[in-house]
Design a protein around this ligand. Structure first.
Ligand code: C2E
Ligand code: CA
Ligand code: CA
Ligand code: CA
Length: 278
């Protein structure tokens, strides 16, 4: 099938010698991966662009496959969605996050934002609202500000988005439009929905400092965000030069390797404790 082909293509690039044969069943592998605890969550800090104070984190999923090694989320999320496994996988992610929450609480300020990527396949699934309700109840009460990150591309496919988004807001959860600038122009959605954050795709951030003239699209995105009064987050910030430029342009939050890679809980705690804010 197309899916197997896709999966094989991805796994072969891992150069681990492991290839899913057409006889193997990746769907079953995801389920057994959940059972065998092969999935984990890593945390990447989000910092205030002004003071560079850590104001939040984003949860990112990892799959340590026994044969294939580390499989990146871009390679298995879409696959899990197509196999109707995104709900069980996200339920599992919610549990992993809840298990880390008490420790995270000890190193993050009250109201710290906790970004969680939500796949549209899960939003559509019949268990979504129950999953979210249970997830919220599993976190330290009133401490974290949850932010659901939904990609611009996925928003366009979301027909019931208006009512779902208001339901999400009613649960006290904020919404970020992820990878902004890479979709097929969701501009109309910016007016229709109340979205809290706009995450500027790292493709635009990459270009800062490498080109004499910055992207007119990035300029337009920043102007638009300020006119709509939306809070902005730049992702993929790798150099001080980029951070400086974004700060000067009024971007509210920064995220990227310049500050930290996504880290397992223990490493994140050490990073946060040993950090000397600039
Ligand atoms: P995303 O939501 O845009 O996440 C940001 C990605 O950029 C992460 O890749 C992160 O490691 C990477 N990144 C952060 N800072 C930098 C930087 O300075 N430079 C570069 N080059 N990269 C940076 P990751 O963890 O491989 O995740 C890829 C995508 O997979 C995510 O993109 C997200 O769309 C999806 N994903 C990850 N975890 C989950 C999850 O739990 N659920 C769902 N539905 N999707 C997830
Ligand atoms: Ca994200
Ligand atoms: Ca993103
Ligand atoms: Ca992305």
């Amino acid at each position: 099938s197309v899916l197997l082909g896709l999966c094989v293509g991805i796994l072969t690039t891992l150069a681990s010698g492991y290839v899913l044969s057409t006889r193997s069943q990746p769907g079953r592998e995801i389920l057994s991966g959940i059972k065998r605890n092969q999935f984990s969550v890593v945390w990447q800090p989000v910092v205030e662009s002004s003071g560079l104070r850590v104001t939040g984190v984003e949860a990112l999923l990892r799959w340590q496959h026994p044969q294939a090694g580390a499989i990146p989320p871009d390679a298995f999320i879409g696959y899990a969605e197509a196999q109707d496994l995104i709900a069980p996988l996200t339920q599992h992610l919610f549990k992993l996050i809840a298990a880390d929450a008490a420790t995270l609480k000890s190193v993050l300020p009250p109201g710290a934002k906790m970004g969680v990527n939500i796949a549209p396949g899960h939003m559509h699934s019949p268990t979504f609202k129950d999953d979210v309700t249970r997830f919220v109840a599993s976190l330290p009460p009133g401490y974290f500000q949850l932010v659901f990150e939904i990609t611009e591309r996925d928003m366009l496919q979301e027909k019931e988005a208006v009512s779902l988004f208001s339901w999400i807001h009613e649960q006290g959860i904020e919404i970020a439009i992820d990878d902004f600038g890479t979709g097929h122009s969701a501009l109309i959605y910016l007016e229709r929905f109340t979205l809290d954050f706009l995450k500027i795709d790292r493709g635009f951030i990459n270009a800062i400092g490498t080109e004499t003239v910055t992207s007119p699209v990035l300029d337009a995105v920043l102007t638009l965000a300020s006119k709509l009064n939306m809070t902005t987050v730049a992702e993929g910030v790798e150099t001080p030069e980029q951070a400086k430029w974004l700060r000067a342009r009024g971007v509210n939050y920064l995220q990227g390797f310049l500050f930290s890679r996504p880290l397992p809980l223990r490493d994140f705690v050490l990073w946060q404790r040993n950090r000397i804010p600039p």
